[in-house]
Design a protein around this ligand. Structure first.
Ligand code: ADP
Length: 257
């Protein structure tokens, strides 16, 4: 029954996805077609303006389809055992550059290794989506904090949807605008966005949700209007530490080309 409910939910989100794309795409095509109509009657300066509008709309359409492809991409990706701490540490530089000057990024990784079985670039994608959203929620500046830890879930069905066991926890917190109950209810829906059309596709958190689910984890959000938001992700800890290849083996395989 659980499986059927999950499938129904997925089909529903695919339906939303399809109608959302069709709608946004149609609007962009309408802009393009209108401008082309006008060009026929336009004088020099107006032609340039219309061309700029066409370029803009086509660019947005392109952005939309590439986001969509990322979201829809469900073919098996390369998974390996990666240390969540390493993923966070390696991304810090790029993340601080991405958020710009007004927002400060703080990273706190725990001292224990956090081996998880996942695709590395998908973990990067999670970090980027959450951190960029945090930045967008702080137009007047603020703090984004990324933290990792190991947690143990006990058997308590009332408290969680995940099986008991050990998990790597990733939290991304901001002291931005926070969100209303209505937004909180819908934020994982594909195409749900409160941002202007050229700034948000509404696919970021739907993508994050899919990645976390595929990895056997869960994501929750805690948010207070006017105070800030914390996203919490749990990913099952792998029992195995990443096997380090012996030094001579590594040399041989890299020079064996
Ligand atoms: P997008 O960023 O393109 O709007 P997302 O799926 O990433 O799409 O986010 C959906 C919506 O959730 C955002 O438009 C915003 O309203 C809300 N949201 C997401 N993260 C935060 C945050 N950290 N603080 C406040 N609101 C947020």
């Amino acid at each position: 029954a659980d499986e059927r409910a999950a499938r129904a939910a997925r089909l529903e989100s695919l339906g939303q996805l399809a109608s959302g794309v069709a709608h946004d795409f149609n609007n962009l095509l309408a802009i393009i077609l209108n401008c082309i109509e006008f060009i026929a009657e336009d004088t020099g300066a107006e032609v340039a303006e219309d061309l700029a509008r066409i370029r803009n709309a086509a660019h947005q359409a392109q952005e939309l389809t590439s986001q969509l492809l990322l979201f829809a991409k469900r073919e098996p990706t390369h998974v390996e055992i990666v240390d969540l701490n390493t993923v966070v540490t390696d991304a810090t530089d790029l993340l601080s550059r991405a958020i710009g000057a007004g927002v400060t990024l703080r990273c706190h990784t725990c001292s224990k290794a956090l081996p998880v079985y996942a695709n590395r670039s998908r973990l990067d994608q999670i970090l980027f989506n959450l951190v960029i959203n945090a930045r967008d929620a702080m137009p007047d500046g603020g703090f984004v904090a990324i933290a990792t830890s190991a947690v143990e879930l006990s058997e308590d069905p009332a408290q969680q949807t995940l099986p008991a066991g050990r998990y790597a926890q990733l939290t991304v917190s901001d002291n931005g605008t926070g969100m209303s109950a209505e937004v909180k209810d819908r934020l994982f829906e594909p195409f749900f966005t409160t941002k202007p059309a050229d700034q948000g596709t509404g696919l970021g958190l739907a993508t994050v949700y899919g990645i976390v689910g595929d990895a056997g984890g869960a994501i929750t959000v805690d948010s207070t209007l006017g105070a800030g938001t914390t996203f919490r992700i749990l990913l099952p800890l792998s029992q195995f530490v990443r096997p380090e290849p012996a030094p001579d083996h590594r040399t041989r395989s890299s020079s064996g080309l």
